[in-house]
Design a protein around this ligand. Structure first.
Ligand SMILES: [Mg+2]
Length: 240
């Protein structure tokens, strides 16, 4: 079966972007690991929450100027980037003294699937692949998104990296994952918008790695050169 993906290349002296069809041989894949935010769901919700909604609400709750609230949050958030704390709602609720889950619910109408994802997941569900949602999202954030999207009905299993106490960015995550979700590296496909996560999976030896061209619908597509990047999920996965 064919998978429509888009890859960008840089060609001196001009930067050119073009679409190309790549092939995924679904017969050579048993496990399909899918990231949630920015891969199956629009990253706009998360970006809008952390960059716009939280700073505004933090400013009003704490009685700070908008500028002071922005600076404080930016410093704190940057310090935790790439760690589990960065994704942990309990950590931020305690650190900032505001109920992060409640603030997320205020903009939950922005939680949405990326284009064609539901059709893709339905096809995948009807195939005999093992489909696992593999997320760094905290349980509270995950549960909010599952309640809105029903994503859990499309996958065989959900793995939350908080349960393994390691983020996906750490290559040891994949080793620990084998204890609860055994998989063959050579026959596993991972689709994840995060390049650090893809690099960590590559280091571990996962063979089929794909990124996402436009994780946030409100931002332009990215130039991805290190991994093939999926544009739209408008194809049918099945073993022949
Ligand atoms: Mg992601």
């Amino acid at each position: 079966m064919f998978c429509k993906i888009t890859q960008s290349i840089i060609k001196a002296p001009q930067t050119l972007t073009f679409e190309k069809y790549f092939m995924i041989n679904w017969n050579s894949i048993d496990s399909v690991f899918l990231d949630m935010d920015g891969t199956l769901l629009d990253l706009h919700f998360d970006n809008y929450f952390w960059l716009t909604h939280l700073p505004a609400r933090y400013s009003s709750i704490k009685g700070l100027s908008q500028e002071k609230a922005n600076d404080t949050l930016l410093q704190l958030i940057k310090k935790e980037e790439g760690t589990l704390n960065w994704y942990c709602l309990d950590f931020w609720t305690e650190k900032l003294g505001v109920d992060i889950r409640q603030l997320k619910e205020e903009i939950q109408h922005l939680i949405a699937f990326r284009p064609h994802v539901k059709t893709f997941l339905q096809s995948l569900k009807e195939s005999d692949h093992r489909v696992v949602l593999m997320t760094n999202a905290h349980h509270k954030s995950l549960n909010l998104k599952l309640s809105i999207t029903g994503l859990d009905h499309y996958v065989d299993e959900i793995v939350c990296s908080h349960d393994l106490k390691l983020p996906k960015e750490n290559p040891l995550f994949w080793e620990k994952l084998q204890d609860i979700e055994p998989f063959t590296k050579e026959r596993t496909l991972l689709i994840d918008d995060s390049l650090p996560v893809l690099k960590s999976a590559r280091q571990y030896g996962i063979a089929h790695l794909y990124s996402i061209l436009q994780p946030d619908s409100q931002k332009p597509p990215r130039d991805i050169t290190e991994f093939p990047a999926i544009d739209q999920f408008d194809y049918q996965p099945r073993k022949t």
